[in-house]
Every structure is written in structure tokens, then in C-alpha cells.
Design a protein around this ligand. Structure first.
Ligand code: MRU
Length: 339
């Protein structure tokens, strides 16, 4: 099943309900989609790329327009709203911009709608294709019997289908290799325990859940052959991914365990360095409460960044749909990706 698709609106798996319930929701208005993005009902950089594009389509149809210029200025305003929901994953703005640029080429209201939807559907198809290619390239680094540690969720649920980091595992398993996954729970929103474990179990892939603080222990015990994670933005000096990824990379380096990043070309923002990237900060409630239950004093000071940056020095290779990129990245990234 696709994580996100268009059917009279944006249909998506509400990831806040997993693993208890597999529930689809349909967003018919931009404000509903913005809310879904902010509360992580749809999440993961590649899925956000498609969500951003579909958001522009929603903006085309949620109101009755009589004038093309009025419609186009509504689309431009909506683009800004979409991009401001989550600042770290570059894919969100890339998807929204592609749909907006396509729409702005239209000369009539019907043509604008058609062009925006056509572009959004194209991005969704491209995402599935590129994840399959990431999987094909990436499976070459996995040997039969390997145990892969992963962090957060860079699987089907973070993309339209197949996944990036978990796409690599899926492809290797499809080729007949026996691969075991260790999933870190990924506090505070538990994308690892709720989503990675759920989708791997759905596919019958061997997965073991650990607390985030068990990661160093399992690496020290020799229980991990490779680490593979996804990315929200890759800049000239580092990889932005879920908070805690940096820590995992340091431990992997300490124990001589290869640390791979799997991501599509659209996640690269190669003109920027880490200083120019905004790290999203999320609410104190995510740490202070578990549902209704208090996990900390209500009035405690909280710092809750959603992402961190891992220096490229800690990254063994980056698996993309154009091939596996090894250091030196300043030479090889532009060469392989033509950026
Ligand atoms: O806050 P999230 O759940 O959107 O964070 C997602 C991640 O950090 C993923 O690892 C990343 O987007 C890559 S998904 C293929």
C-alpha cells in the first residue's frame, strides 16, 4: 500500500495511529494537510516531498476561482505556508516548488489544476522508482547474515513506497539474503518502535527493538555489522537526520562499524553548509507526556530539537538512486549526482 496518494484529495496513512491502527485520512483542504504534516501524520523527507506537491494541488481546488491571477497568488501564498510547516527536510520545499512551477505555467483554471496534479503524480511515481534503485545499489553492501542497525523510520512509511534505508534491507531480503534489523526506538516520537518495527513485521523481516541507549552496547558486543539511516537534508559538510543519528554515527566510528546514509538526490542541498540549516524544535509536551501520563514535572525546562547533523567524516558512503557515493564527497557527490 502507498503511504500517500491522490483520490479526490490527499489520502495518507495517519502515522500517529500506528502501530495500533492502520487508518487512512483524506485531506481536502490545505489547512488539513498542514496539520497532518505538523503533527507527523505524514512524515519522512521523501513522503513530505510528495505531500508538499499535493498541497499545491489542494490549493488549486479548495476554492472556486474565477480569475487566473487570483488563483496563482493563492498558490504562491500556499507554497509559503507548506514550506514553513517543517523547516529541516529540504524535500518538502522541492516537491511543493515543482508543483507550483508547473501550475504557474497554466493559462486557465482547468489547465493549472491539471498541470499541478500531473506534476505531483509524477513526483510520487519517481519516488517509488528511485527508492527501488537505492535498494538495488544498496543491497550490494549487505552480505547474507548481516545485522543492520537503523534509526528512526526511513522505510515505506517515510516515502511513497519501499523506503530508503529500509528499502536497502527490503531489496537484499528480496534477493534471498538473510538480514536482521535492530531498530532503535527513537525517542521522543518513537518512529523506530512504532513505524520501523511495524512495517518490517508486516513484511516478515526479522526485527529486534532496542532502546536508543542500548545502541552503543549492541555495537560494542559485536551484534551490528552495518548501520543504515535515512536523511532529511545532506549539505556539504554533514547529514541532517533524526535527533540521535549523530550519536549513533560516533559510536559506529568508535567500533569500526560502517555507517551508511541512504537518500535520494532531492535530499541533497549541496550549496549549503550545516550552519545554514534550521533544525526544527518541537514542543515540550513530546517529552513531558506519554499520552495523558506525565513523564516529567509539567514545568520543567525542555529542549527538543527534532534533528541533528552528522559530519560527513562519520559517513562511510551515501547510497543514492544514481549509485553509491564514497568519500571524498566534495569530489564525488557533484560527479555522481551532477549537481
Ligand atoms: O520527524 P520525522 O519523522 O519526519 O523524521 C524523519 C527522519 O528523520 C527520517 O530518517 C528521514 O526523513 C529520512 S526518511 C526516508
Amino acid at each position: 500500500m502507498r503511504t500517500i496518494f491522490w483520490k479526490d484529495g490527499v489520502v495518507l496513512i495517519d502515522q500517529t495511529k500506528l502501530p495500533e491502527k492502520l487508518e487512512l485520512i483524506t485531506c481536502k483542504h490545505v489547512v488539513e494537510l498542514l496539520d497532518a504534516i505538523k503533527r507527523l501524520a505524514v512524515r519522512g523527507a521523501p513522503a513530505l516531498e510528495v505531500a508538499g506537491a499535493y498541497g499545491v494541488v489542494l490549493a488549486c481546488i479548495e476554492k472556486e476561482f474565477t480569475r487566473v491571477d487570483e488563483m496563482k497568488s493563492h498558490l504562491i501564498k500556499t507554497f509559503d505556508l507548506i514550506v514553513s510547516t517543517r523547516p529541516t527536510a529540504v524535500n518538502l520545499s522541492i516537491g511543493a516548488k515543482r508543483a507550483l512551477d508547473a501550475a504557474l505555467k497554466g493559462g486557465s483554471i482547468d489547465e493549472i489544476i491539471r498541470l499541478a496534479l500531473q506534476e505531483a503524480e509524477k513526483i510520487a511515481r519517481e519516488d517509488i522508482d528511485r527508492n527501488r534503485k537505492i535498494g538495488e545499489y544498496g543491497s550490494k553492501i549487505l552480505e547474507d547474515g548481516d545485522t543492520v542497525l537503523t534509526y528512526c523510520n526511513a522505510g515505506r512509511l517515510a516515502t511513497v513506497d519501499w523506503g530508503t534505508a529500509l528499502g536497502v534491507v527490503r531489496s537484499a531480503v528480496n534477493e534471498g539474503k538473510k538480514i536482521r534489523v535492530i531498530a532503535c526506538e527513537t525517542r521522543p516520537l518513537n518512529q523506530g518502535s512504532r513505524l520501523t518495527c511495524w512495517e518490517l513485521i508486516q513484511d516478515g523481516i526479522d526485527v529486534t527493538l532496542i532502546t536508543d541507549s542500548t545502541a552503543a552496547h549492541v555495537m560494542k558486543q559485536g551484534m551490528v555489522d552495518k548501520v543504515i539511516v535515512g536523511a532529511d537534508r545532506i549539505v556539504r559538510d554533514s547529514v541532517f537526520n533524526k535527533i540521535g543519528t549523530y550519536m549513533i554515527s560516533i559510536v559506529a566510528k568508535e567500533h569500526g562499524i560502517p555507517f551508511y546514509v541512504a537518500a535520494p538526490k532531492t535530499t541533497f542541498d549541496w550549496k549549503k553548509t550545516s550552519k545554514e540549516v534550521i533544525i526544527e524544535e518541537r514542543s515540550a509536551e513530546e517529552l513531558v507526556y506519554c499520552g495523558e501520563k506525565l513523564l516529567a514535572p509539567k514545568n520543567v525546562n525542555v529542549y527538543n530539537p527534532a534533528f541533528d547533523s552528522t559530519p560527513l567524516d562519520n559517513v562511510t558512503a551515501i547510497i543514492t538512486e544514481h549509485g553509491i557515493i564514497e568519500p571524498p564527497y566534495d569530489v564525488n557527490v557533484p560527479k555522481v549526482l551532477r549537481i
